[in-house]
Ligand binder design. Structure first.
Ligand SMILES: O=C(O)[C@H](O)COP(=O)(O)O
Length: 219
């Protein structure tokens, strides 16, 4: 069983600013969302055996709070940059409404929701850090981790919790559900709403994702 969770609301989600790889903490609302996520996981009778997170504190804190509430605080943790949010390049730190006003709706939506359009590159990044990523770039760097570390845990019969970010989850959903690039714009993932897939032995989902808060399947 695979449980996926976008981190709770961060301070920059609340302020409507692009975060990407900038390491922004949870807001008070985000901490509550994380606790509620843990309660939903426990209430659904799910017992994660292992958790995978990004290297960013909004995902790390969400996982810690949720697992504490679910009484699974002790399980092994695996972390990787491959689960980091999409690098938003020169847009990081900017207010979304300012970017929309400057560049117009079409460009703004292409940067946020298209498959292959990358944001304008950051002027300077540390060695090994991308200057900006499209959703396609995210999928390309995510898949090697999905196909090795996460797949190994799932194949061993573990219940796996992955706490990560909106655009990583959009990439993963499109991969798992076979959603073509031109339809990826329609996928959005709310903060602090765990959802799950049952998977076949070869790790294909049985049906669409199911949100634990509603039991509703979403296609
Ligand atoms: O990185 C961010 O700012 C958000 O987590 C995702 O932003 P988006 O919804 O604009 O892609």
């Amino acid at each position: 069983m695979l449980i996926l969770l976008r981190h709770g609301e961060s301070i920059w989600n609340a302020a409507d600013r692009f975060a990407g790889w900038t390491d922004i903490p949870l807001s008070e609302v985000g901490r509550k969302e994380a606790a509620r996520s843990g309660a939903l996981i426990a209430y659904a009778g799910l017992r994660p055996d292992v958790v995978h997170t990004s290297l960013l504190r909004r995902a790390i804190s969400t996982a810690a709070i949720a697992l504490d509430v679910a009484e699974r605080h002790w399980i092994p943790v695996r972390r990787t940059w491959r689960l980091n949010e999409r690098h938003y390049g020169a847009l990081e730190g900017q207010h979304r409404e300012d970017v929309r006003a400057r560049f117009g709706d079409e460009q703004f939506t292409a940067w946020r929701r298209s498959y292959s359009v990358a944001p304008p590159p950051a002027e300077r990044t540390a060695a090994g850090v991308p200057a900006g990523e499209s959703l396609e770039d995210v999928l390309i760097r995510l898949l090697p981790y999905w196909e090795t570390a996460v797949a190994a845990d799932l194949s061993a019969g573990r219940t796996v919790l992955v706490v990560t970010h909106g655009n990583v989850l959009r990439a993963l959903i499109s991969h798992l559900e076979g959603i073509p690039p031109q339809d990826i714009r329609t996928i959005t993932v709310p903060t602090g709403e765990p959802f799950g897939y049952e998977l076949t032995e070869d790790l294909h989902p049985v049906g669409a994702r199911r949100y634990l808060s509603t039991g509703r399947r979403t296609s």
